[in-house]
Design a protein around this ligand. Structure first.
Ligand SMILES: Nc1ncnc2c1ncn2[C@@H]1O[C@H](COP(=O)(O)OP(=O)(O)OP(=O)(O)O)[C@@H](O)[C@H]1O
Ligand SMILES: O=P(O)(O)OC[C@H]1O[C@](O)(CO)[C@@H](O)[C@@H]1O
Ligand SMILES: [Mg+2]
Length: 475
């Protein structure tokens, strides 16, 4: 296929030569729409402008092209069917690329950076903290770096911890977050007042969707008060439920850990007569961990996720399927994400209303419920026949471990991207990989973008073809 793209054109004509018959067809590429990236200069007059100290780094020796400018972009979608107007109808969306800028807007000697971790654990949290500290220190010469303990509430209720490279040296080898984390405790006024009182002017907020919604509020309040404070979000969620970015850090590590649980469930199930191995995995409202662990393991007979309702009884139901599987193979492995099947679990009115401290709905435990339903079914339909369900709940084990090698490298790139953007004066943004390259995405967009499993796309079809499980669509 030939592509002809004249520069400086709003709507870009493209000529494609047919693969089969050499015919040419003319299409046109729509204009690029660039997402505006907030900058301190939007509301702070007379900002400092300094040459990037990386210029003097003995390690980097910046060559032409090392520094990125506002004209360096990443397209949000890189795959198009040019013949479909809908594919490109709204224009091509683009983000600014992440990386060092020639001019920085903070004097490193005047920087007081604060790092906070919020929400649940995720492999790699400590690596991100470590790399923020080491990156600020080594790349930019920042010396005043603080950890805010225990999530958002720590801003106004606890003393910050002074951090330096020596202190964080081994943190990437530890699971959890050395700063501690929490849910709830978001009090906007108290938080921004504390930030002002402590003199923090760079905020690195590591967390999931809830954290990003909170960070947007802090960002708006900072703008409202016209403060020379830059805030950036580093997306963290073991569930991989944050949208726009390719995937969240720690997710691959969690999937690897999940596979170990599936292996154990498979061994247990195989070694019993009519054995079922049941594994519950994390995934409050998305089934990415369950899906990816199922695809990589290949030992799973049925994968149940929140995005795909299932039912137990009758034609096309789980019990009918398991009956067949046990007859064929003598064993079966089920993986269930924690948010799946919630509608089927009986709960009191009070339980329906229950929320955690951050306002997330509290789910009933689908694992023990399903185990008990399986047992009831077998006793009813196969009285006297041998049957075993081995239930494994590795929920917290998969997120409490240190990051694997891939996630560790990813965490470093995320941290460095965040630092470069903040030092350049950007604010209200999130760093993350988009189609394999790192970009800056307005925080407001990330806070509302969700990444759920699309049960109509090829990946879910792949799961179904690997497991041969029912589609659970009642006819
Ligand atoms: N809408 C919101 N406005 C302000 N703060 C919020 C909002 N939603 C959540 N938060 C705060 O963000 C923090 C983390 O939120 P939450 O517990 O939902 O975890 P998360 O960031 O989504 O991470 P994860 O889901 O991976 O555990 C909490 O302190 C919570 O109070
Ligand atoms: O028990 P905690 O710490 O509230 O966290 C549980 C939740 O955190 C997550 O790991 C991330 O949101 C979910 O999968 C899970 O529902
Ligand atoms: Mg969340």
């Amino acid at each position: 296929m030939d592509l002809a793209m004249p520069p400086n054109s709003n709507s870009t004509p493209v000529t494609t030569t047919g693969d089969d018959d050499n015919t040419t067809t003319d299409f046109s590429l729509p204009p690029v729409t660039l997402h505006k990236l907030p900058h301190l200069s939007d509301y702070v007059p007379n900002l400092t402008a300094l040459t990037n100290p990386i210029d003097r780094s003995p390690f980097y020796h910046p060559s032409p092209g090392f520094y990125l400018s506002t004209s360096d972009l990443i397209l949000r979608h890189i795959l198009f069917d040019l013949s479909s107007a809908a594919a490109t109808g709204g224009g091509l969306l683009a983000y600014h690329r992440a990386g060092p800028r020639r001019t920085i807007r903070f004097d490193p000697a005047a920087v007081r950076a604060a790092i906070v971790t919020c929400g649940g654990l995720c492999p790699g949290l400590n690596t991100v903290i470590r790399e923020l500290v080491v990156g600020l220190w080594d790349l930019y010469g920042v010396r005043q770096i603080f950890g805010v303990p225990s999530g958002y509430r720590g801003f106004y209720s606890m003393e910050p911890m002074k951090l330096d490279p020596k202190m964080v040296h081994n943190w990437h080898k530890r699971g959890g977050t050395a700063l501690a984390t929490s849910r709830g405790g978001f009090d906007l006024d108290k938080i921004v007042n504390a930030i002002e009182q402590r003199g923090f002017n760079q905020l690195y907020v590591i967390g999931g969707d809830g954290t990003m919604r909170g960070a947007v509020k802090i960002f708006r309040e900072i703008q409202q008060r016209k403060l020379n404070i830059s805030i950036t979000g580093i997306p963290k969620t073991v569930d991989n439920d944050i949208g726009i970015i390719d995937r969240s850090f720690g997710f691959q590590t969690a999937v690897e850990m999940a596979q170990e649980a599936i292996n154990a469930a498979h061994v247990e199930a195989e070694s019993a007569v009519n054995g079922i191995g049941l594994v519950k995995l994390m995934g409050r409202s998305t089934g990415h961990i369950a899906l990816h662990a199922t695809l990589s393991s290949r030992d799973v007979d049925c994968c149940l996720i929140p995005e795909n309702d299932f039912y137990l009884e009758g034609k096309g139901g789980l019990f009918e399927f398991l009956d067949q599987r046990l007859k064929q193979n003598g064993h079966a492995v089920i993986v269930v994400a924690e948010g799946a099947g919630q509608d089927m679990i009986l709960r009191t009115g009070k339980q329906k209303e229950e929320k955690d401290e951050s306002g997330n709905p509290v789910f009933l435990d689908v694992g023990p419920w399903l185990k008990s339903e399986l047992k009831k079914w077998w006793e009813r339909d196969h009285p006297g026949e041998l049957f075993t369900v081995k239930y494994i709940d590795p929920t917290y084990m998969i997120r409490a471990v240190p990051a694997n090698a891939t996630d560790n490298l990813y965490c470093t790139l995320l941290a460095h991207s965040a630092i470069h953007g903040v030092m350049a004066g950007h604010t209200g943004f999130v760093s993350g990989p988009i189609n394999g390259n790192y970009g800056y995405i307005p925080m407001e967009e990330v806070a509302v973008a969700r990444n759920v499993v699309d049960t109509k796309d090829h990946k879910w079809a792949w799961v179904r073809s690997v497991t041969n499980q029912p589609d659970f669509l009642k006819c």
